[in-house]
Unconditional design. Structure first.
Length: 202
């Protein structure tokens, strides 16, 4: 389990297309300092398995299914990615429950400067809009953020807004995220469990 607190900005060093998957090499000296082969690492919010670790970096294999359902297919060497190791059992819970299972891909509609901070409006699949509420939590590219505004529930062009503080702009990919960028979205899993238990949609 993750909490959406990004611990390092990694850099994609290489990509190799295989049969049914793509192998990514990522430079991340802090993330790999105590990581081992087989460990989970969230890359832009996608939970992946480290298959090798060497020289301050690691490699992961991403199957086509994951590439199709996330924004990872748009990465290229030199691209920056948010990284997070799973929360240890004795760790501090700073964000919210994040599984590393992307629910959909959103697109940044606008980025507006607010002093040194920034406000982002992000579109999302209409099917996910019922899981988000103002002042609720959402993981965007693996970053735990608070929703500041949402579109109407039945809106065809569903969207939400987040306000990002200067520290988060510096410590995550939001510093280079502009209008038109695709972002991975994971809604609050508790909302999905509540819907299931209530029998919604039957």
């Amino acid at each position: 389990m993750f909490t959406g607190i990004v611990t390092e900005l990694g850099t994609v060093t290489n990509m190799e297309r295989m049969d049914g998957f793509t192998r990514f090499g990522i430079n991340a000296p802090e993330t790999t300092a105590d990581a081992g082969i087989g460990d989970s690492i969230a890359v832009n919010g996608v939970c992946l398995t480290a298959i090798s670790i060497d020289d301050g970096g690691f490699s992961v294999d991403v199957v086509d299914e994951s590439l199709d359902r996330s924004s990872l297919g748009g990465l290229a060497p030199g691209g920056r990615v948010n990284l997070e190791r799973p929360m240890p059992a004795h760790g501090r819970f700073d964000g919210h429950i994040v599984q590393g299972h992307v629910d959909g891909v959103g697109r940044v509609v606008s980025r507006t400067a607010e002093g040194e901070a920034a406000r982002f409006r992000i579109s999302l699949p209409a099917s996910l809009s019922r899981y988000i509420v103002e002042k609720g939590s959402i993981a965007v590219d693996g970053t735990s953020l608070t929703i500041t505004a949402v579109s109407e529930l039945d809106a065809d062009d569903a969207w939400f807004e987040i306000a990002v503080i200067p520290h988060t702009l510096e410590a995550t990919v939001f510093g280079i995220t502009e209008a038109g960028s695709e972002v991975n979205l994971e809604v609050d899993v508790i909302a999905k469990y509540l819907e299931r238990m209530a029998g919604s949609g039957r």
